[in-house]
Write a protein that binds this ligand. Structure first.
Ligand code: AMP
Length: 114
């Protein structure tokens, strides 16, 4: 997984527009934004998706979600509302095999998603 694009971002091997970082997580702007604000939040520990998380990762998953809300506040999405989503596997529409939360905001989100 460290060979994936997000693994390389964590390693500092390729650049990203980072909006938040701590010991456990990183958040950076998506290169192909699907909303006026579109940020990806990833764990520094390489996991393929939430399916790859074990009992040892429960705290990390909480930190990931908490960081997503922190980013939403930081980028002024909290009042109007926003969406957090994670795609899993082929039917889920996952294209990068490294766990990430999408934080999308700045426009009204439709439901159901495509
Ligand atoms: P998913 O389809 O859920 O796996 O989401 C992968 C996301 O990663 C897509 O929204 C891509 O636009 C985004 N992405 C791919 N490469 C990069 C990159 N180098 N920096 C930031 N976002 C990226």
């Amino acid at each position: 997984m460290s060979e994936t694009i997000f693994g390389k971002i964590v390693a500092g091997e390729i650049p990203a527009k980072i909006v938040y970082e701590d010991d456990d997580v990183m958040a950076f702007h998506d290169v192909a934004p699907q909303a006026p604000t579109h940020v990806l939040v990833i764990p520094k520990k390489p996991l393929r998706s939430v399916l790859d998380a074990g009992e040892d990762d429960v705290l990390l998953l909480g930190k990931l979600m908490y960081a997503a809300t922190h980013v939403a506040r930081l980028l002024d999405l909290a009042d109007a509302g926003f969406r957090i989503v994670t795609n899993i596997g082929s039917d889920g529409g996952q294209s990068v095999d490294y766990l990430h939360l999408h934080v999308l905001g700045g426009r009204h989100m439709g439901w159901p998603p495509g």
